[in-house]
Design a protein around this ligand. Structure first.
Ligand code: MN
Length: 266
C-alpha cells in the first residue's frame, strides 16, 4: 500500500513539473508554437547528423526574454513536449522542476543572456567540424549556404578560461565558462569548441537549425576541397550578400526536414 502511495505521489509530482511548462503552452499560443517547434528541431538535428546521442537545442521564452526552454537530459531524438524544462539565465531550472538537466545548459544561458539578437542555441559534437577546432585551419564559407560563417568561425579555448586548473573535463559546466564561450563567439552565429564541438545560434529555431546543419556541411566540403588544392572561399562581400538572400528561404529545407522526421515516427 505504501509503495502504491509513493508511486502515485511520484506520478503526481512528475506531472506537476511538466504541467507548468504545459500550462504556459495552454495559455499562450506563442509558447505552444515555440515548444512544439523545439521538439521537432531536436528530431531534425538528429536526423541531419548535427547531434547524436549528445547535443541539445534551446529556445528563449517568447513571453519572457529572461528564461528559456531546453529538454531534460535525454538524447535529442527522444525529446517530447513533456521533457521540456524552463530555465533562467543562470541555468537554474524553474517551476520546481528537479529532473536531471543537461550539464552543459550554461552554453545556452551564456549565449542567450549575452546575445539579445539570438533566441535559439544549438550545441553538438558533429565530427566534420572537429578538425577546425584543432589545427589552426579556419572554418570559412566555401559556398552560399554557409555564408553566415562570414570571415571564419572563432574557436573557444577552454584552457584560457578554466579555473583554477586549465585541465578540465572539457565541459562548459558553469556560468563563467558559458559567459566565456559567448565572449569568444562575439557577434557571430557559430563558434567552434576546441576538442569538443560547436555552438550555433539564430534569431529563430529554424535559423539556428539551418546554420548548424550547413556549418557541418561546409566543414565536409572545405576538408574535401583542401585535399585538392588552394581553396577559393566566399569573399566577405559575397558572404554578406548571399547570407541575406539564402536566409530568406530557410522555410523550404525546414519543411523537408520536418516531413522526414514526421514520416519516421510511428
Ligand atoms: Mn558537449
Amino acid at each position: 500500500m505504501q509503495k502504491i502511495l509513493f508511486l502515485c505521489l511520484l506520478i503526481v509530482t512528475t506531472n506537476t513539473f511538466a504541467a507548468s511548462v504545459q500550462e504556459q503552452m495552454a495559455q499562450d499560443p506563442k509558447i505552444k508554437t515555440a515548444i512544439e517547434e523545439l521538439v521537432i528541431a531536436n528530431h531534425i538535428l538528429y536526423d541531419q547528423n548535427a547531434v547524436d546521442g549528445y547535443g541539445h537545442i534551446s529556445v528563449r521564452n517568447p513571453a519572457n526574454p529572461n528564461t528559456f526552454f531546453l529538454a531534460r537530459s535525454i538524447a535529442p531524438s527522444s525529446v517530447k513536449v513533456e521533457d521540456i524544462i524552463e530555465f533562467d539565465m543562470s541555468g537554474k531550472a524553474l517551476n520546481g522542476d528537479n529532473r536531471t538537466a543537461y550539464g552543459e545548459r550554461f552554453i545556452h544561458s551564456g549565449i542567450l543572456k549575452n546575445r539579445p539578437d539570438i533566441n535559439s542555441v544549438i550545441h553538438g559534437h558533429a565530427p566534420p567540424i572537429l578538425p577546425y577546432g584543432l589545427t589552426g585551419t579556419t572554418l570559412k564559407p566555401v559556398y552560399h549556404m554557409s555564408s553566415f560563417l562570414g570571415e571564419g568561425a572563432p574557436i573557444f579555448e577552454i584552457r584560457n578560461f578554466a579555473k583554477p586548473n586549465p585541465d578540465t573535463d572539457m565541459f562548459v559546466s558553469n556560468i563563467e565558462l558559458g559567459n566565456a564561450l559567448s565572449q569568444t563567439m562575439g557577434l557571430q552565429y557559430f563558434v567552434l569548441m576546441r576538442g569538443h564541438g560547436y555552438a550555433a545560434g539564430g534569431d529563430s529555431i529554424k535559423k539556428a537549425v539551418f546554420r548548424a546543419i550547413y556549418a557541418i556541411q561546409n566543414a565536409s566540403i572545405q576538408s574535401e576541397a583542401m585535399k585538392m588544392g588552394q581553396v577559393q572561399y566566399l569573399t566577405p562581400g559575397e558572404a554578406a550578400i548571399s547570407q541575406e538572400t539564402i536566409e530568406k528561404t530557410i522555410s523550404r529545407p525546414w519543411q523537408l526536414w520536418t516531413e522526414r522526421v514526421k514520416k519516421s515516427q510511428p
